[in-house]
Design a protein around this ligand. Structure first.
Ligand code: SF4
Length: 656
C-alpha cells in the first residue's frame, strides 16, 4: 500500500510533483537522509524522547511495520484513559504516527513535538502576519498538525480532537548539567528511533520543563477552512487528491518556478551520476521542451539575489540570455562598490558573452586596502545551537562557540596559520574560553581583522550578552567584554550599543562590492569563491602548486605538512575542500558531500555534527582524536581560503 504519510504530505506542500520522485532509487535525491546525522544536526529525536518523559505512564508503540503498529495501537486504544507514543493511525490511503496521543474518554489530544523555539511572552500572535496570513516561519508546522488532525478525525469518528504543538520554551533555563548527554543519539540502535536515554535521568532533570504545550486549534481551523490565502483552498479535497495520486503513482504536474532552485531531485549536472534520472530535468523538459544543450546554458535560477524569477519564468524567459537590462532595473548605491542590480547585470553580461574572466574593481578594492593595517588577521568560528542545553542555567538553542582558526598575513606577504582553538572537553561551556584565547591571539597588535559574513560578529555579540547577564561571571568578565566591543559592530537588536575601534571587516561585503568571479555561477559562498579565485589567479596557482604548506621554510601550519593545495584535473584547479580527508567514516560519500556543502544545508554543517558526536557519542579516544583532527583541518582551510582570496585580489589588481 502506498500511503500518504505526514512526511510525504509535507513534501507535497513544497511541490506536489515531488511525490512522484520520492523514494524511487532511480531518481537522484539530494536530501540528507542519514537519520543519525540528521538527528544530531536538528536535535529532533532527543526532544521527542524528552517529551515522552513529560508524559509518565505512556505506552511506546515500537513496531515499525504498519500493520503490526496499527494493531498494537488499536489494542491499547481500547483503554478509557491512555497515553500513546507514536500510535499508528490509518484511514484508507492515509497513514500517520502521532508523536503523543492522550486519550481521555471521547477526548483526544494530538501532540506534535517539534525542536522549534517558541516565545511564550509573544504568544500565538507570532504565528500570524499582520495581514492575517500564516507566518512563513510556522506554516509548515501547522500544515503538518492540520494533516494529522484530519486523518485522526477520519479514523476516529465520534471523538473530539484537540491539536497541540509541543515546542521548546525559549525562556526556560536548563535545570541541570549534562541533560543533553542523557539523551544520546545512537547509530544502529535496535530501539525505535535511535535515542538512548540514560538510566541516570532523575526528576530534577525534568523540572522546569524545557518543552511547552501550545494549543493550535485556531491555526488548524484556519487552514482546514481554506482561509490561508497562500495555502490550500479545499484542504480535505486536496489531501484526497494527493493521496490518490501517490497511491496510483501518478505524477501531478505543477508549474516550474523559483522553488525548483532548491529541488533535491537533481538540479545540478554533477548530481546526475550512476545512470540516475533527474526529476528536475523531467519537469523542466516537460515545461520548456528543453534538450541537453538548453540545460548547459546559464539560466535565471542562478541569477544572484534576483526576486523576480517567477515572473520571468512565467513569461518563458528562463535563460540568462533572455534577460534584458530593464528586467533588472539598474540602480546605484550610496556607498562605494557595485549595487545589487549592477552586479546582477554584470552576471548576465558575463554569462551571455561566455566570458569567464574575473571582474575586479581595482580602484575600489585598492581604496579599501589602503585603510587596512598589517598584520592582517583572518578568523573563522565553528558554532552550534542545540535544542537541549549542555549546561545548567543555559537556554535551549543558546549558541555554543567551540572552535576558531586564525591566519595572519604580514605586509611583506608572509602567511602563517597563527593559531586555533578547539574545545575537546566533554560537557563544558566553551564560549568564554574561546573568546579568551581569541583575545590572546589578537590583542598583540592593531592589525585589521577579517571575517566572512556576519556569523563571527553575531556570535561575539551573543557571547557579550552572555557575559553581561551571567549570574556567575568569570573573573575576567570585563576584559572579555571590552575586547568583544573593540572588534564587533553591535547587532541592531542589541540592548547595548557601542562603537568599535577595530571593527572586523567583512570579506563577503568586499566580494559583493568589488569582485565577480564567473566560475562561482552567482554564488558568494566561500566554498564556491575559493575554487573560483584559485582558477582565476595564475599567481595563486603557481604558489600553492608547490608543497609549501606546512613545509619547513614554507607556510607555517598547525595541521598540515608539505601540503599542495593547487592540484589540477582536466585543466582546472580542484576544489581544495575536496582534498581534505572525510569527516565521517560511517557516512556515505553522498552524505559527506551534502553536509560539507554549507550553501545547500546551512543548518547541519559538518563541523557542528562532528562536534556533537565528539560531545555525546560513545567512541574511543582514538576515534575522537580522528574527528578533532578533521575538524581542525576543515577550520584551518576556512581561514586559508580567506587568505587565498586576499592573495588572489592582490594578483588580479596587480599589487604583487
Ligand atoms: S523541479 Fe520544480 S516542479 Fe519539478 S519537482 Fe522539483 S520543485 Fe517541483
Amino acid at each position: 500500500m502506498r500511503y500518504l504519510t505526514k512526511s510525504r504530505f509535507q513534501l507535497a506542500m513544497e511541490c506536489p510533483t515531488k511525490l512522484f520522485y520520492t523514494r524511487k532509487h532511480e531518481y537522484v535525491n539530494n536530501k540528507l537522509d542519514d537519520p543519525f546525522l540528521l538527528a544530531l544536526a536538528e536535535g529532533g529525536l532527543q526532544v521527542g524522547e524528552l517529551a515522552k518523559k513529560y508524559h509518565p505512564g505512556g505506552h511506546d508503540i515500537t513496531a515499525l511495520d504498519h500493520e503490526e503498529a496499527e494493531s498494537e495501537t488499536n489494542r491499547l486504544f481500547n483503554e478509557e484513559k491512555t497515553i500513546l507514543f507514536e500510535p499508528a493511525i490509518r484511514h484508507q490511503n492515509l497513514f500517520i504516527r502521532i508523536d503523543v496521543l492522550v486519550k481521555n474518554g471521547r477526548d483526544l489530544e494530538l501532540i506534535e513535538v517539534k525542536a522549534k523555539s517558541y516565545d511564550k511572552l509573544e504568544g500565538p500572535e507570532s504565528f500570524m502576519n499582520k495581514n492575517g496570513s500564516l507566518s512563513s516561519a510556522w506554516r509548515s508546522y501547522f500544515y503538518d498538525v492540520a494533516f494529522q488532525t484530519h486523518v485522526l478525525e477520519l479514523a476516529m469518528p465520534g471523538y473530539k480532537v484537540r491539536p497541540y504543538l509541543m515546542l521548546i520554551d525559549k525562556h526556560v533555563r536548563c535545570p541541570t548539567d549534562g541533560l543533553h548527554q542523557k539523551f544520546r543519539v545512537v547509530r544502529n540502535t535496535k530501539s525505535h528511533k535511535g535515542v538512548s536515554v540514560s538510566s541516570q535521568l532523575v526528576s530534577e532533570d525534568l523540572d522546569p520543563q524545557i518543552l511547552i504545550k501550545v494549543p493550535v486549534d485556531e491555526q488548524v481551523k484556519f487552514i482546514r477552512s481554506g482561509r490561508d490565502s497562500d495555502g490550500l483552498v479545499n484542504f480535505g479535497a486536496e489531501v484526497k487528491r494527493l493521496a490518490a495520486s501517490y497511491e496510483a503513482d501518478q505524477r501531478i504536474q505543477t508549474p516550474i518556478g523559483s522553488k525548483c532552485r532548491s529541488c533535491e531531485f537533481g538540479r545540478k549536472k554533477e548530481d546526475i551520476v550512476d545512470g540516475k534520472r533527474s526529476g528536475f530535468r523531467e519537469c523542466w523538459t516537460d515545461a520548456l521542451d528543453w534538450n541537453e544543450s538548453d540545460f548547459a546554458e546559464p539560466n535565471i535560477l542562478d541569477l544572484w539575489n534576483y526576486r523576480k524569477k517567477d515572473a520571468r519564468i512565467a513569461e518563458g524567459r528562463v535563460k540568462l540570455k533572455d534577460i534584458k537590462k530593464s528586467d533588472i532595473g539598474i540602480k546605484s548605491k550610496a556607498t562605494p562598490g557595485l549595487s545589487t542590480s549592477k552586479r546582477q547585470w554584470l552576471q548576465v553580461r558575463k554569462a551571455i558573452d561566455r566570458d569567464t574572466t574575473p571582474w575586479v574593481d581595482a580602484q575600489g578594492l585598492q581604496a579599501e586596502m589602503e585603510t587596512w593595517s598589517y598584520p592582517l588577521h583572518f578568523i573563522d568560528f565553528e558554532t552550534a545551537m542545540v535544542a537541549l542545553p549542555f549546561n545548567k542555567g543555559r537556554h535551549p538553542y543558546e549558541g555554543v562557540a567551540f572552535q576558531f582558526s586564525h591566519h595572519t598575513v604580514q605586509e611583506d606577504g608572509l602567511v602563517a596559520h597563527a593559531g586555533e582553538y578547539l574545545n575537546t572537553e566533554r560537557g563544558v561551556f566553551p564560549n568564554y574560553r574561546m573568546v579568551r584565547e581569541l583575545k590572546s591571539q589578537l590583542e598583540n597588535d592593531d592589525g585589521t581583522i577579517f571575517r566572512y559574513a556576519h556569523h563571527e560578529n553575531t556570535f561575539l555579540c551573543m557571547i557579550h550578552a552572555q557575559l553581561r547577564t551571567d549570574s556567575e561571571p568569570p573573573a575576567d568578565q570585563k576584559e572579555l567584554m571590552t575586547f568583544i566591543r573593540c572588534i564587533t559592530r553591535p547587532e541592531r537588536n542589541n540592548t547595548q550599543q557601542w562603537s568599535s575601534a577595530r571593527c572586523m571587516v567583512d570579506m563577503l561585503e568586499l566580494v559583493k562590492s568589488y569582485c565577480y568571479l564567473p566560475f562561482t555561477n552567482g554564488s558568494n559562498s566561500l566554498k564556491d569563491v575559493l575554487p573560483a579565485i584559485l582558477n582565476s589567479s595564475t599567481a595563486l596557482q603557481a604558489k600553492y602548486s608547490k608543497p609549501i604548506y606546512g613545509a619547513e621554510g614554507g607556510i607555517e601550519s598547525h595541521n598540515f605538512k608539505d601540503w599542495q593545495w593547487a592540484r589540477k584535473e582536466n585543466g582546472r584547479a580542484i576544489d581544495p575542500y575536496e582534498l581534505l580527508p572525510r569527516m565521517f567514516d560511517d557516512a556515505t560519500e553522498k552524505t559527506q558531500e551534502l553536509i560539507s556543502d554549507e550553501s545547500e544545508l546551512r543548518e547541519a554543517s559538518a563541523a557542528m555534527i562532528a562536534y556533537a558526536r565528539a560531545q555525546y557519542e560513545e567512541m574511543s579516544e582514538y576515534e575522537r582524536e580522528q574527528l578533532f583532527q578533521a575538524l581542525r583541518k576543515y577550520c584551518e582551510l576556512d581561514t586559508l581560503a580567506m587568505v587565498m582570496l586576499y592573495e588572489g585580489w592582490m594578483d588580479l589588481i596587480g599589487s604583487n
